[in-house]
Design a protein. Structure first.
Length: 736
């Protein structure tokens, strides 16, 4: 065989681990297209059912803008000194996710109270969503149906209690009974009336109830942390604008109840805005509190300074200041006012920066300049008369303290106005709105389910093809050193007849010989080619006996034997077919006869040689049945009577065809083969593995029975193998 043929053989293509034969893979998938389609369809239906049984998830979203945060005390001046503050939405996102915000949402929307209806397993949710009302024959069932609900307005438990669960069973007349988790009755209540239970202590208010008597609902009071974590897991916050800080936040919330998620999201944004305003006002309150604490002290200092000045003037007969002293006093007062303003700025900056910050250092440097200038003026006034110096000092204290007090009052008024008009730096752009259902995405589920079904089916088909290493091409047999005498296609008409017999459990009797029933069948054409090959193969043999065997049962040995005998008889030969399978031979079924009075009777001496031979409707064709099943078939075949019987047949007929049992099952085939010069082995397409064929060949060779050639039977036209094989399926020539 050429190198190209070796590379293209199915065995090489299937077993080569370094290369993948795409043609074989695609062909195998096409051959099993019905199985793959059914599995894919099953997965598609499963995906459709699963998508309908899944609980829908909805999503609502809103937009919030976070603006640049203004300052409070000296805000405009300080922001100008700082060059403006950077917008930081990350901090606002974390605030939105904090327990401070979400805890208030849980309390406001009552997310810690959960009412769950008792429903059927798996399909219960689908029944409620589909609007299926309670059927009459289930009117007393505890399962909840569409249109039945319970509204709980209030459920109060002890503060230190964790999760708390109850079962509410509806009764007649808008009444209900409460059960604990073990099913014991706790109390009975009325819709619209507050129910107080002492042990365990809780208060319950059912505002509305619409359900058939006996329907049960599970009421859970979750602890605050569990409710907050549940809300947080459904909340998603994204900063829009990419790397550029736009201050726009998109807040989305997922959940099963569309009304609940809209209400919860609106509550989240409103509480966030309120908290932001409170935080801005808190800064003003803190500064105002500090200034209000300083105002009485400054007022007291001003009164004390005025009293000292008046006392000194009365004591010294109302001393007046000169022009130079007035000028110095005015400058000192201005410097003191500037220093006081810097003190206020320093108190604001000290809460934000350390003294090493450049802005803080700049303020300290300016403050130092003013202090040095103040020291120079004070040094100049030391040369004035004592009375002028004292009046200057006292007047300066009065002027400076008065300016400080006036500035303090102005700042307090500004802070009161700022606190009253605080709006915060957060505003809601879009209120919460329902965006629709986000899951299950039925189209995606159906596509993924179909793809999964197809891939699984393809994997199983390819795995089965890999594990099933049956012979599928003549080249595989030739690689084993065996000559292929014929490849017999699978006969559809023969398969249909056998199926009919199996369905009727053997009640169909009559002619089953395909060579006569349908002589134009492709399988018969292949057997005619086998007849031609045998004519030349048996020319140099000592006797005219042909043994047909195989590795295993059910591979079509009897079919090949019977139809080969028929086509040889049609060619003018006098042929006899011997059923040598004394255990399970069924040649008699092909010819429509009985198995009794056959080979086993001849070998046991109960019947003469001539008496077991039966004629057929085909001229020149005779057959011998297996006879009654003996307890010792191998011992009968080893007797001399068997050789004498074969010699008798060889002398009377032109060709003796012996159908034998499987080689690997019993030793009968090796015993029979020693009495026949020609031995052919039948292997079935896709059934017999190469290793199985090799063992059968070695077993016959060990017994001294060389296999002349192989017949590949039941060859099927499959896409996985037909692309590299041209046989009777590809070329058929029938008469009109």
């Amino acid at each position: 065989m050429s190198q190209l043929e070796n590379r293209n053989s199915p065995k090489t293509l299937m077993l080569d681990k370094d290369e993948i034969d795409i043609g074989f893979v695609l062909g195998t998938l096409w051959d099993h297209k019905i199985v793959i389609s059914l599995i894919t369809l099953a997965f598609l239906l499963g995906g459709y059912v699963a998508s309908n049984l899944m609980t829908p998830q909805f999503m609502a979203d809103s937009l919030v803008q976070v603006e640049q945060k203004p300052g409070t005390i000296g805000g405009a001046d300080i922001e100008q000194l700082l060059g403006g503050s950077e917008l930081n939405t990350s901090a606002e996102i974390e605030i939105l996710k904090s327990r401070m915000i979400l805890g208030q949402v849980v309390d406001q929307v009552d997310l810690d109270i959960v009412v769950l209806p008792k429903v059927w397993p798996v399909i219960g949710g689908w029944i409620l969503r589909s609007g299926i009302k309670r059927p009459q024959f289930l009117r007393n069932s505890s399962v909840v149906w569409a249109g039945e609900y319970v509204s709980v307005s209030e459920l109060v438990t002890e503060h230190d209690s964790g999760s708390f669960g109850l079962v509410l069973r509806t009764e007649e007349g808008k009444q209900y009974t409460l059960l604990d988790e073990q099913g014991a009755e706790i109390a009975t209540g009325q819709v619209g009336k507050r129910l107080v239970v002492e042990d365990p202590w809780f208060e319950l208010l059912v505002s509305d109830l619409e359900a058939a008597p006996g329907a049960e609902f599970i009421i859970e009071k979750r602890d605050s942390l569990s409710a907050i974590n549940s809300l947080k897991s459904r909340l998603d916050i994204q900063a829009l604008g990419g790397r550029k800080e736009t201050g726009i936040l998109r807040i989305s919330l997922k959940g099963e109840d569309p009304f609940e998620i809209v209400e919860s999201l609106d509550a989240t944004t409103q509480i966030f805005v309120t908290q932001n305003i409170s935080r801005q006002a808190a800064e003003a309150d803190k500064s105002l509190e500090f200034l209000e604490a300083q105002a009485p002290q400054i007022r007291e200092q001003l009164t004390s300074a005025e009293n000292r000045l008046n006392e000194y003037r009365l004591k010294n007969d109302s001393v007046d200041l000169t022009f130079e002293t007035e000028s110095a006093l005015s400058t000192l007062v201005s410097i003191e006012a500037s220093l006081n303003e810097l003190e206020l700025r320093e108190s604001e900056l000290s809460r934000r920066f350390t003294p090493n910050h450049p802005v803080y250092e700049s303020l300290l440097e300016k403050k130092g300049q003013l202090l040095r200038e103040k020291a120079r003026l004070e040094a100049r006034t030391d040369n004035l008369p004592e009375t002028q110096q004292q009046v200057l000092r006292l007047s300066r204290d009065v002027e400076v303290t008065q300016q400080i007090y006036v500035q303090l009052l102005n700042r307090m008024q500004e802070l009161r106005i700022a606190r009253a008009g605080t709006v915060g730096n957060v505003r809601v752009l879009d209120k919460a709105v329902m965006q629709g259902q986000i899951s299950p995405q039925r189209t995606r589920i159906l596509i993924l389910a179909s793809l999964a079904g197809f891939l699984l089916a393809a994997f199983l088909v390819l795995l089965r093809s890999i594990l099933n290493r049956g012979v599928v091409a003549p080249e595989q047999l030739e690689e084993m050193g065996l000559s292929v005498y014929a490849t017999v296609p699978l006969s559809e008409s023969e398969s249909q007849k056998k199926d009919l017999i199996r369905k009727r459990k053997g009640s169909v009797k009559g002619h089953m010989l395909l060579a006569e029933a349908n002589p134009a069948d492709l399988a018969i054409e292949a057997i005619r080619a086998l007849r031609t090959s045998l004519h030349f193969a048996m020319m140099d043999q000592v006797n005219n006996r042909l043994t047909i065997t195989g590795p295993s049962p059910g591979i079509g040995k009897s079919f090949i034997s019977a139809n080969l005998a028929a086509v040889c008889a049609q060619a003018g030969l006098n042929v006899v077919l011997v059923d040598a399978d004394l255990r399970k031979g069924h040649i008699h079924e092909i010819f429509g006869g009985m198995s009794q009075d056959g080979l086993s009777e001849v070998l046991s001496g109960a019947l003469e040689n001539e008496s077991c031979i039966r004629a057929t409707s085909t001229p020149g064709l005779s057959w011998v049945s297996r006879g009654s099943s003996p307890p010792n078939p191998s011992e009968l075949l080893m007797q001399s009577r068997f050789d004498e019987f074969l010699n008798f047949l060889s002398g009377r007929f032109d060709l003796v065809i012996v159908d034998t049992p499987p080689v690997l099952a019993v030793t009968d085939a090796a015993i029979i083969g020693k009495s026949c010069d020609t031995c052919l082995m039948v292997v079935r397409f896709g059934s017999n593995a190469p290793k199985e064929i090799e063992i059968a060949n070695q077993r016959l060779a060990t017994a001294g029975v060389p296999v002349k050639g192989v017949i590949l039977n039941a060859m099927e036209k499959k896409a996985a193998t037909s692309y590299g094989y041209y046989g009777y399926y590809n070329y058929s020539y029938k008469s009109d």
